[in-house]
Design a protein around this ligand. Sequence first.
Ligand code: C5P
Length: 233
Amino acid sequence: VHKVAAVILAGGKGSRMGGEVNKQYLPLLDKPIIVETLLVFQNCPLIDEMVLVVPKGDIEKNKAEIVEKYGLDKVQYIVESGHERQYSVFNGLKPLLSGRKLVVIHDGVRPLLDSAILEKAVLTGLEHGAVAVGLPVKDSIKQVEVPYVIKDVPRENLWAMQTPQVFPFDMLWPALQKAMVCGFAATDDAGIVEWDGHKVMVIEGNPENIKITDSHDLKLAKYYMEQKACASE
Ligand code: C5P
């Protein structure tokens, strides 16, 4: 049996200015961002179980107000985040140690993930190994030392990476452990297995799968979500 587990990262500190709540708890339309994200995985038949990674001290809140309240019964574990994303992934993988075939890592603040792209990523992962979802870069890319351009970077082969990213557990776990011992850090999980010598396949995602990091992203995400809601009525 190929068990597929998702690790949903929602352990970032977010903005704590003025007692603001972490962005993953903000409502998108009628539900918190993190609930919308978890629902994409809950409703995907290829996902067997989930680990939810939350900020320190937030386990009970997430259990009651997120997982139980919205009936997200594929969430089998809720664990605390680490001080950097990489450590949060490590904490999220720990409960899965006993023989999961494939893990899907996804940012909790990307609620607009398309279910067809998630399915394609998982199926590609089952067949080929490591898979990352991304998009070819559309803008011109230049290396800058403010305020001057140093040089132009040809964009033909450049992609901007998103999540989900999919890995055989037995590839990601040892690579992550090695990276932590060696003090190697990458900005995404694909970077960790690449560093450990594995090939990562990319599949083209959807520009709507934005990472909500500021109020501008939130406005755009609300707009996309409304469009989605209208389309499914
Ligand atoms: O900070 P970044 O933009 O990389 O965050 C991407 C996702 O990783 C967010 O959903 C955030 O909650 C999560 N994260 C985490 N633990 C950290 C840092 C970020 O779970 N230490």
